[in-house]
Design a protein around this ligand. Structure first.
Ligand code: FDA
Length: 389
């Protein structure tokens, strides 16, 4: 195998590392992925009947305040001026999220000023002392009061975690976003937008370099493949972005994840819900939200008699499911520390990305972490002969 580096996983983390090593360090990089496509969870594709771009693994909105990451991403894609906004249906009424002055005034049928709204929320939150709140529900009520909690957080949280919020630890909620203005932009970041010609085109340009080869449908743990753990380890340095527990054969036990199920449908209407994401806050509705993909790209020429929607359902992952969000129980954190020790001792392999570090990372965070790994580990190794650890 005539390469300088093997990267396991072609998500944003793996491809950013590969591109930097290929371009700046002049190294030959082989990227493998077990899926049939590149891009990891950011992959998107055109729904065949309508041509509408669908985010295969859940809606992906790009946003960042990191100047370096923004400049880096702009080398490979242009961004639209899309601004993300989310709404929530509760008891037959639509409210803007995150909870803002608009949400509060609509919910309480009032015209409160910011000061009056703060005072009302503080009074309602006074029902429970934050310091003594032990479970999720009590903690949330101690922060925003019972009415807003019950309308916008209780049912949604229960569905997300398949658990009564009174059974969830209070420590998982440190703050709940409430804005005392009418600003209903979902993200607070300096930069925001969607890739003009889609995520996959962006990811393909990132991978498109004469020093990079990508092999799909290649599982690092399949010893019958030329590029597998058994055949590569000790011969070529590896960047591994798959699940850290799988790498070590679950020696310390499996880390727990939540997964999502998606139900996609093409509907014979030009517009189903008038916006890209509608949350369903009530427990009686089995899904947590509905995405309508055409609204991510109002600038595109999509058919006006058809639309694509995707209902999202949340549940705990079992083996074989796609791991999406780390559950991060105390037991998971204990296992993770043990895996980190094993990873440190593993010669010739660096672990990165959301699966390799068991951390929820937004795309800009995965890209930023990959750039840091190149600066701090790979450049010293390839330029100055520093150890690969
Ligand atoms: P990623 O999971 O993308 O890539 C890892 C790759 O490794 C996968 O392609 C996998 O197939 C491969 N792999 C694993 N094991 C392997 C093996 N044994 N052999 C070969 N290949 C293997 N972010 C954001 O900024 N805005 C957003 O709106 C969202 N929305 C969002 C929704 C949902 C539902 C999720 C789960 C995540 C998001 N994200 C997000 C986060 C975003 O998906 C994340 O930042 C990137 O996927 C991280 O890229 P990685 O390369 O770390 O992992």
């Amino acid at each position: 195998m005539n390469v300088d580096l093997v990267v396991v996983g072609s998500g944003f983390f793996g491809l950013t590392v590969a591109r930097q090593c290929a371009e700046d360090l002049g190294k030959k990089v082989l990227v493998i992925d077990r899926r049939h496509h590149i891009g990891g969870n950011a992959y998107s594709e055109a729904e065949p009947e309508t041509g509408i771009e669908v985010h295969r693994y859940g809606a992906h909105l790009f946003h960042t305040s990191n100047e370096r990451v923004w400049e880096y991403c702009n080398r490979y894609t242009k961004f639209t001026d899309y601004v993300h906004r989310v709404f929530s249906i509760y008891q037959g009424e639509v409210f803007p999220l995150p909870v803002s002055l608009a949400t509060i005034n609509q919910y309480f049928r009032k015209a409160l000023s910011p000061t009056e709204a703060r005072a009302l929320v503080a009074e309602q939150a006074g029902e429970i002392d934050t310091a003594t709140a032990e479970n999720f529900e009590d903690k949330a009520i101690s922060l925003i009061g019972r009415p807003l909690y019950e309308a916008f957080f209780r049912g949604y949280t229960a569905k997300q975690w398949q658990t009564d919020p009174r059974e969830l630890p209070g420590a998982t909620v440190t703050r709940l976003p409430v804005r005392y203005t009418y600003d209903n932009r979902y993200f607070n970041d300096t930069y925001e937008g969607l890739p003009v010609d889609g995520y996959t085109a962006w990811l393909e340009r990132l991978a498109d370099h004469p020093n990079i080869e990508v092999r799909l449908e290649t599982d690092f743990f399949d010893a019958s493949q030329e590029v597998s753990k058994t055949n590569v380890l000790g011969n070529v340095p590896v960047i591994y972005t798959g699940p850290v527990d799988t790498y070590f054969d679950n020696a310390e036990g499996e880390l727990s994840w939540r997964t999502l199920d998606f139900e996609q449908e093409v509907l014979p209407v030009g517009d189903f819900q008038g916006t890209s994401v509608m949350n369903y806050a009530e427990e009686g509705v089995p899904y947590t939200r509905i995405h309508e993909f055409r609204h991510f790209h109002p600038e595109r020429d999509y058919p006006n008699d058809k639309t694509v929607i995707m209902r999202e359902f949340s549940r705990f992952a079992t083996s074989g499911d796609e791991p999406y969000y780390p559950v991060n129980t105390a037991e998971d954190r204990r296992k993770l520390l043990a895996y980190r020790d094993l990873a440190k001792q593993e010669k010739g392999v660096l672990f990165g990305g959301r699966l390799g570090t068991y951390k929820y990372l937004d795309m800009h965070m995965a890209i930023g972490a990959a750039l840091s790994m190149v600066d701090n580990k790979l450049t010293p190794h390839f330029r100055d002969g520093a150890a690969f650890t």
